[in-house]
Design a protein around this ligand. Structure first.
Ligand code: FE
Length: 339
């Protein structure tokens, strides 16, 4: 039996080496649902998807070290800054096709990278301790106001979502203003930053703070019950608020990827991206992860819909600037003693 398996394995390896109809995906997205989606792609096209999952740092290190010997075709990650920084290192090649260009709004792609889904980084507040008046025209900028002293929770400065948010503030307000802002926010924190996005929402629910900053999909994930009854109950105690509605709009981030410079299966990688941008695939993605679709005409999950869909997204800030400004953003936060 064992022998047959070994021979079978050797034959498959041999076959795939001769007729490689495959695509190699390096992904830091940690969703089981992504794997199911890749299976659908294989069923439709016959192209096998080999997935290497891992943290961004490890995946990038491996791609950089293996250089032209790397088998990676497509690198998929969350956070625009992450993608753009990797692109600036010259690791991608042109990842566009006429279909991709048509489907993805220009603000959400570069020549060498493309967004697959969108998410917003917003505020979650306690309706018991934050009034309607407090929320009128509330912006990220206002979080530095001393009125919020001891009332804000947000995760650490090493978190990439925070770095992108602060990078967008640098883009809009400049470094000096953003430095002042970061000091104000640190002053207003109810505790030293710790935990993930969901932990911030839990803190508001527990009365440890009045406003949390977190990505939209984490709130929906908690409400879905997939993280247990306790988190569902906690999420019900807070409400979402989309800041900066009276100016540029709410900070948007993306998950997406690019085709690597030495991709052995570029054509298949393009086909996979095009597949991920179909209505069917987009629906699958956002139903499972509670993100927003990157293409028109795909309705979000009910839990996301309930948060309100008519909010203004920040489409003015070029998201490629997140990559450019992230290291400055981190420096500014560290200088402000943002843990
Ligand atoms: Fe996340």
């Amino acid at each position: 039996m064992k022998k047959i398996i070994v021979i079978g394995f050797l034959m498959t390896s041999l076959l795939s080496a001769c007729f490689a109809n495959e695509v190699n995906v390096f992904s830091s997205r940690h969703y089981e649902s992504d794997i199911k989606l890749y299976k659908k792609f294989t069923d439709q096209t016959g192209i096998k998807v080999n997935v290497i999952s891992g943290k961004d740092e490890a995946l990038q290190k491996r791609i950089l070290e293996e250089e032209k010997y790397s088998k990676a075709d497509l690198y998929i990650t969350s956070d625009a800054g992450n993608i753009v920084t990797f692109d600036n290192k010259g690791m991608f090649q042109n990842s566009m096709s006429p279909i991709i260009e048509k489907l993805v709004p220009s603000n959400f792609r570069g020549n060498n990278w493309v967004s697959i889904t969108k998410r917003a980084r917003i505020l979650f507040y306690s309706p018991d301790r934050v009034t309607r008046d407090d929320l009128i025209n509330l912006s990220y900028e206002d979080l530095a106001n001393s009125k919020w002293q001891g009332r804000i929770v947000i995760r650490q400065s090493n978190n990439i979502y925070n770095q992108s948010l602060v990078a967008s503030l640098i883009f809009n307000n400049g470094e000096e203003e953003t430095s002042k802002w970061a000091k104000g926010v640190v002053n207003n924190m109810s505790r030293a930053p710790k935990g993930n996005d969901r932990a911030q929402i839990l803190a508001v629910a527990a009365g440890e703070a009045d406003i949390a900053i977190a990505n939209t999909y984490y709130y929906a994930l908690m409400l879905s019950g997939n993280k247990g009854a306790e988190q569902k109950l906690a999420a019900k105690k807070v409400l979402p608020f989309f800041p900066n509605q009276n100016n540029r709009g709410t900070h948007m981030n993306i998950s997406g990827g690019g085709i690597l410079k030495y991709a052995p299966n570029k054509d298949n990688a393009i086909k996979l991206i095009e597949f991920l941008l179909t209505k069917e695939a987009q629906q699958h993605l956002i139903n499972n992860t509670f993100e927003y679709s990157i293409i028109d005409g795909v309705e979000p999950h009910e839990l996301i819909k309930n948060m309100g869909l008519d909010f203004k997204q920040d489409l003015e800030t070029n998201i490629a600037s997140y990559g450019k400004n992230q290291s400055d953003a981190l420096e500014i936060m560290l200088n402000a003693k943002w843990k």
